[in-house]
Design a protein around this ligand. Sequence first.
Ligand code: GLC
Length: 697
Amino acid sequence: QSGEGAELSTDRLLCRISPDGRIRFLTPAGEVIAEETGPVSWTADGRIILRWRIPPDAHFYGLGERAAPLDLRGGVYTNWNTDPQTYHPGDDPLYLCVPFLIALHSGGKQACGLLLENSTRSRFDLGKTDPEAMIVEVEDEAAGYFFFSAPTVAELLERFTEKTSRHPLFPRWALGYQQSRWSYYPEERVRRLARDFRDTYRVPCDAIHLDIHYMDGYRVFTWDKRRFPDPAGLIADLHAQGFKVVVIVDPGVKADPRYRVFREGLERGMFCRYPDGRIFIGPVWPGNCAFPDFTDPRVREWWGGLHRELVEAGVDGIWDDMNEPSIFGEKGSTMPAPVRHDLDGTGGDHRRAHNLYGLNMARATAEGLLRLRPDRRPFVITRSGWTGVQRYAAHWTADNHSDWASLRQTLPMVLNLGLSGIAFTGSDIGGFEGFATGELFTRWLQMSVFFPFCRAHTYIASPDQEPWSWGEPYLSINREFIRLRYGLLSYLYTALWQCTRTGLPIVRPLFLAFQDDPATHTLDDEFMCGDFLLVAPVLEEGATRRQVYLPPGLWYDFWTDAVFEGPAKFEAEAPLERIPVFVRAGAVIPMGPDMDYVGQRPVDPLTLHLYPPAEGQEVNSFLYEDDGETFAYREGVYLLHRFSLAGKAGGLELLWSVEGSFDPGPRQVEAILHRGEGREPVRVPGIAPGRTEIRQA
Ligand code: GLC
């Protein structure tokens, strides 16, 4: 500390605080990474304001779920979880905000992040009011933030998720194709759906979701006994056919004195109250409802326990919805600001608790499932959330429209969610409100088979949105793409495992791997799935070709093996039955046999697809395997294969090592060498862990 202010330093970062409180972050060499343009100020209506200078070539990412382009620069984004009652591109805010912002500037050389600690409403103006200023407003008396700096955005995410948590290893079936609508009922309709998948159309599927009509008058934790007279029997039959069942649960508890959950909640003081002690009541699906205060640990425990009967009936996963919380009325209606919350003992009102409500509902649910079934990994999806919700749940982008603009919007949304720590995401395949065409559904599905959460879902008034709903040629194409996903399941599961270890999302913007290439910084109509697959979905009606950008390096066309050298920009063929997909050279892509559902048969044969790197290059790939359901992997019961493929003069060298004690059972392992367009891939004989030399003719 000196007359000039104060200075803090680490071996990577210097922080200078001027006497008036203005903060600057610099590299040890003195280059500015981020700087405030003035001291903190306060407004008459109680907001705190921070101002930062925006470097000329800065790009912004993150902030949770945004119906915006990947680069958020030039927009204003509010952090206040909101049910938009369906949304279009540009609407803000939506269901799940995360006040974590990433900035990339200086041609990709500087990356930094700012995580706001406050849960009250806040706003990020990223150069809209003043193109050179980022203005952060927080509706609070004081604001705290964490500043992150790292050479790469990938490392920044590692640090950010180290602090705010990462996804757990979800059960492997969660990566299977899932089918939903609002709503499948009665029981016979659900049974027919299962038969349609398994027998009539032979489309792989892992989970069926039951939306609100399974409940008795929308009372959570009940069944409509007319529609579903024997839930346990139905679920047992579905299990026998290899399906999992996920049911929706809303936070609103019907204010009905004859209803056990309401009575119990009332007697035990579980619901949110006004300052005068009256219970807050608001209308949702069941009519007037009371709302559990999930910010109270007692309430979370009670709520978790309420899942017992669902679990005993065999339900496999829980879908937490409407937890912004959404209250019927004007768009964005929620609890009044003065409503009281426990906030884990600190006490406060809804202004502070609002953004934490969905997060804590997901937490109550996941912790409850874990207590009820300690040896099974919980699967929860949640509509709302906040920083760190990834620890408890996956997320979907909810109530969009069955139109091309919504399909186009989905990709940057999923990318920015991943850059906010929430990587297990996807959207309603085919879109939510409105009528999808066969073409729209197929294009949506072709993108979504490379997303972690791959579920078709639709609105109450929409016709059925199933892979066969439009007949041919859509059915065959849809089936083939879903089969492709099952073929790639080990690859996807490995990407999930990697995400749980490093926070790297599964669906990534290209700049995560090619940060030095400025052409990737705003690119948001292509993505990387895991380390090696570059996917360029078709996002326009009627298109049969699309422009593709490949960053530096060698790439193989996934369908034809044609080799491209990036950087390259060209028109790629994309007839209805295909979207451009490329494999980064050096990859070892594991593929498994056809399956109707995860675990139907062992991953036998396991086929390793080798894509030779350029001479002199060496590339690492992983394959992670375990039982897919339990926590035995924590005791070492997993297999981690590490492949290193090196391009040598006249050939290749593969180093393959294996760690862990999981037994995948007897199986055949084969390797297929890809050799470029017009040359059939060939089998590599005698492939085994250790060192293999492969001569290339
Ligand atoms: C909400 C959900 C939607 C669901 C509907 C009925 O709109 O976002 O997915 O189908 O409620 O439960």
